[in-house]
Design a binder for this molecule. Structure first.
Ligand code: FAD
Length: 528
């Protein structure tokens, strides 16, 4: 195996000048070529060499260090951090957490540019619904939620400020993300709204999803794609279909032709429902957000661990024995192997990785690894020295989406700022990619990807290059499990969730799709 030190986020930063040619950029922005000066672009945040070490980890050297713990958690994403917290709260002494990256948080890690926080991945948490019991309890503990006269009230400072969302359509911004439609489109939206409401009765859709009821109708929804279900329902309005496809790509990393009909309905029915134009209520939900996204939450979960959190430890092998679990971890800083033992361990990492590192993986773990397909994502943080010019229509929002595009739009990191005037900021552009694009995403040169992200934002702000200082790019090769037909509640995932040996599993993968509530609850349940 390779013993060289893998590159950390900073050491690994390859500052490469994006070679946007003056001519091409000038044509795009319709302004003077000097606005198209090369843009510094760099990859940040992911230590691919460490992940790839797993592939060559057949022959391991003898451990340089042996350590014993009360419990070991592998992976310090939201699930692992929640598991460690729950174990400590249950009185388990000496919980030790081993994490591959240099910092905790997993998909919910943050970044900073020009002194401004920005997300590398997950960026918001909807206010918890009735089944998110553990999440709600923790938010109360943090002071983000409080009870007032029997009602749950959220701390306004952390709720997404107005305007939450806007859509660029027909040359102007409109509030919300639903595109304007004609009478036929509106009728179809009402029809979809009624179908979602009917299917959602009886709390069949919950967050976390496994706490919802399950029946034959949901099983049937889980067997076909969302697009097939919409076709069968005669819901073919182009604008409605774009919106529903966007929602799937935004939450699941794959479109309506790929995810299950259960997942497509779950997006709405487990949260705020779907409101057609003119229907009572709001289509957007109350949500908590921070400039650095869910890293704000991850840091608060990680802080109490102190020195019991061990970053830069790539776990290469996990062996469940009769009395103990042995975990072999590569210490990236000292280039040596550590052997940890504990009476129990929680594997809080993607299941395809768990299947690689567990010695003689049980059949459900093999099946789960074969079952799950992962969406690659690109997250581009654009540091701006001043806000770009605005088009007509709705004012700047936290989430800004462009109708008809494959890109998912951008989030303004300074939207939550209380400063009286808009100034320097970071726009975080999200792109859910096709699985076939994964090899290209691993290429050394960030310039083409910076250019691609920039072109998306440029459609809304044609002179943005004039404001741009730098682009930092985070590439997620296996960002999240896609809820393909048949994935949610697959027997293999159910078996791993129910595992009660010394080795337990905790990751959003257990739900077959990835959101904070699934990860946090999986961690709590594995520790229980
Ligand atoms: C771009 C993007 C945007 C998202 N936006 C949102 C959002 O806004 N809201 C939301 O709710 N969800 C969002 N999500 C989903 C997000 O994945 C979940 O919210 C949640 O953070 C998943 O946590 P997890 O612990 O299950 O998994 P992960 O975050 O995958 O955590 C697994 C951890 O295990 C570590 N690990 C892996 N291999 C090893 C090894 N061999 N040894 C040691 N450690 C290892 C990883 O480094 C990682 O820290 C987003 C995801 C992405 C990628």
């Amino acid at each position: 195996m390779g013993q060289g030190r893998a590159l950390g986020p900073d050491a690994g930063r390859r500052a490469v000048l994006a070679r946007a040619t003056a001519a091409a950029a000038a044509a795009l922005v319709g302004c003077t070529p000097d606005a198209a000066a090369p843009i510094p672009a760099a990859w940040v945040g992911a230590s691919f060499d460490r992940g790839h070490r797993l592939r060559s980890a057949q022959q391991l050297p003898p451990p340089a260090l042996r350590r014993r713990a009360g419990a070991i958690v592998v992976g310090a994403g939201i699930a692992g951090l929640a598991a460690a917290r729950a174990l400590a709260a249950a009185g388990v002494d000496d919980v030790q957490v081993l994490e591959l990256e240099d910092s905790a948080g997993g998909n919910a890690r943050g970044h900073a540019m020009g002194g401004m926080g920005c997300p590398l991945g997950a960026h918001y948490l909807p206010l918890p619904g009735p089944e998110s019991i553990e999440v709600a309890a923790w938010l109360h503990e943090l002071g983000l939620l409080r009870s007032e006269l029997g009602r749950t009230v959220a701390d306004e400072r952390h709720l997404c400020h107005s305007l939450q969302e806007r859509l660029l359509v027909d040359g102007a911004w409109v509030e919300g993300l639903l595109p304007p439609v004609d009478a036929r489109g509106a009728a179809q939206m009402r029809q979809f709204s009624a179908r979602v409401a009917a299917l959602g009765r009886g709390r069949r859709f919950a967050l976390p999803a496994h706490r919802g009821a399950w029946d034959d109708e949901l099983e049937a929804l889980n067997r076909i794609t969302f697009a097939q279900w919409l076709d069968a329902a005669g819901l073919d309005d182009a604008r409605l279909r774009w919106y529903l496809d966007y929602c799937c790509r935004d939450d699941y990393g794959a479109g309506s032709a790929t995810v299950s009909a259960w997942a497509g309905i779950h997006y709405f029915a487990s949260r705020h429902g779907f409101r057609a134009p003119g229907e009572a209520g709001s289509d957007s939900e109350g949500l908590l957000t921070w400039p650095e996204g869910n890293a704000w939450l991850a840091r608060r979960l990680a802080a109490p661990l102190g020195e019991r959190l061990h970053p830069a430890r790539t776990v290469l092998r996990v062996t469940e024995g009769r009395h103990d679990v042995e975990v072999l971890a590569w210490d990236e800083a000292n280039s040596q192997l550590e052997a940890w033992t504990a009476p129990r361990a929680v594997l809080a990492l993607p299941l395809f990785i768990a299947a690689r590192i567990v010695e003689s993986p049980p059949q459900p773990l093999r099946d789960a690894a074969a079952l799950l397909a992962y969406a690659p994502w690109l997250v581009a943080n654009l540091q701006l020295d001043s806000p770009p010019l605005e088009r007509s229509g709705a004012p700047p929002a936290w989430d800004n989406v462009i109708y008809g595009r494959a890109g998912l739009g951008y989030v303004d990191a300074m939207h939550q700022s209380l400063l009286p005037r808009r100034g320097a900021t970071v726009f975080t552009a999200y792109l859910a990619l096709e699985r076939s694009e994964r090899p290209a995403l691993l290429a050394a040169d960030p310039a083409p990807w910076a250019e691609r992200a920039l072109r998306e934002v440029e459609l809304a702000h044609p002179e943005i290059r004039r404001h741009l200082r730098r682009i930092d790019l985070m590439r997620w090769g296996h960002a999240m499990a896609i809820p393909l037909p048949g994935v949610h509640r697959h027997p293999a995932l159910q078996a791993l969730r129910a595992a009660r040996g010394r080795l337990r599993y905790a990751h959003a993968d257990l739900a077959g799709y990835s959101v904070f509530e699934e990860a946090f609850t999986a961690g709590c349940e594995a520790a229980a």
